[in-house]
Unconditional design. Structure first.
Length: 171
């Protein structure tokens, strides 16, 4: 591959990468994301990759689907760049190990079912639709609040929903 064609990148030669127009010249200058992407293909260094990962969500319309994974990857790259870890594999292990011991962070306000919050503790808990919760799930919900539990219900009496009995087995 001697020359670049429109929308094709030359990964074999380490020459500067340019987007081509009909005459072989750029129509528009590269924006920051395109420049960072081009720099990644030109070098084996990790800082351009970190720059691209950190800048992508900040751009208009940028969105990270798995913020926890994105943050872990950025932290691992930082660990290698700063020399804290010698390899990316060591850095990823280190980040995941620290996160595992620290536990998951929740936002200021979280919504979840009793199944999702089982084993966790929160300062304040609000329980809605208690009539829909079975006894074991109501117990889980009632025991999650460390400082307060607020119950929103249509009835003054707290009653759990009847659980459906398991089908009888004939032997």
């Amino acid at each position: 591959m001697s020359a670049l064609t429109c929308s094709k990148l030359n990964f074999q030669s380490r020459s500067p990468i340019r987007a081509c127009g009909s005459a072989g010249t750029r129509r528009r200058p590269l924006d920051a994301m395109q420049a960072a992407s081009a720099k990644i293909t030109q070098t084996q260094d990790l800082p351009p990759t970190l720059t691209l990962l950190e800048d992508a969500p900040r751009r208009t319309g940028g969105w990270v689907y798995r913020r926890e994974l994105h943050s872990a990857l950025c932290n691992a790259l930082c660990g290698v760049i700063t020399g804290t870890n010698s390899t990316l594999a060591d850095a990823v292990w280190d980040v995941q190990n620290r996160r595992q011991h620290a536990g998951r962070r929740f936002s200021l306000r979280s919504v979840g079912s009793p199944l999702l919050v089982k084993g966790l503790e929160f300062d304040h808990v609000i329980i809605a639709d208690t009539e829909q919760l079975e006894r074991n799930n109501l117990n889980v919900a009632l025991t999650r609040g460390a400082k307060s539990v607020t119950i929103i219900s249509g009835s003054a009496t707290l009653q759990a929903a009847r659980s459906t009995p398991a089908p009888a087995q004939h032997t």
